[in-house]
Design a protein around this ligand. Sequence first.
Ligand SMILES: [Zn+2]
Length: 383
Amino acid sequence: VSGLAPLLGHGEVRHSLARALERGDLPGSLLLHGPVGVGKQRLGLWLGQRLLCSAPGDPEPCGRCANCRFSLRIEHPDLHWFFPLARPKSVGSADKLSTALEDARAAELAARRAEPYRGPRTGENLGIFVAQMQTLRRIAIARPSLGRRKLILVGDAERLVPQESSPEAANALLKVLEEPPADTTLVLTVADPEGLLPTLRSRCLPVRLNPLPLEEVEAFLISEFQLEPPTAHAIAQLSQGCPGQALGFKPGPDGPGPLESQRQQAREWLEAAVRSDPLTRLAAAHRLAPSGARGTFADTLGFLGLWLRDLAAQAAGAEALVVNTDAKPLLAELAAIVPGSARGAAAAGRLVEEALAMGRNNVNPQLTLAWLLEGLRQALHEA
Ligand SMILES: [Zn+2]
């Protein structure tokens, strides 16, 4: 594959969007929301291809016309894809910043084209900057290049930075939402609609994308990457029905996928909290790199939350709810050490939330983790 990876699932949403297009009443602005990796941006690009296709079927675009070929190579001049980028090194004037961000976007698009299954980027502080939204506004106002319409996709729109303290990026986008050009469809994607400013949210039609059946993710992993069925099964469980997450768990040429590394790190933290040995907890906190990338720390805390839920499920005898299915013997062993962990689950979850908030407030990750593991020990052992 080069260009776009295939879109999996979301058959009903595809049908209703295609019907709205045929009737001519597709809203000017859509908000696709649903869990990370479920395919929100890929569906946005599908809608762009469908909208630009010269000979669409029901509901799929033809896949063969010149418009479709451009769209599938992420090269269609009327299909614009914005997403968070790393802040460029200081570049001076606003014009230069805008150019630097457009160069960075072009480079990222080229990388996605070359490697459609690259999986999610992790451990980076990425944002959508005001200069990008000004570029978006210029594109929205301009006429389409090839046809009569254009589609602009803004992925991970909750990364409009920082919405509250510096509202310019959101304001630039708001202007487009307030006066949408008739030839433009704007699609925003967010994991959680609450993460978007209400002024933006209220101007879009929300469309919820649900996780895919696990069997569908499993079949995709086997057919596309020739994974052994047990491996594909375990990864599908971990993905919780989100193909993008499955890509992050899939082993790569240099070892485990990035999400798999985070999951194993979080498992070590869980063990450190449960096995009542203060030295183990201290060692776990110290193994964190001192300046540890904050994105990764937050993501790994997310996995710790998942392990804690699994431990609670195991302790409550609800083994069917366990997501880390490859670790059932370990979970059984840990549940025997802290049999009250189902009762302590709510308190443990709150501690993880607090640790996430500390991370956002730039508290040192090592200190945060040492505090968290001690708190979890108490919550689990004393429940
Ligand atoms: Zn076509």
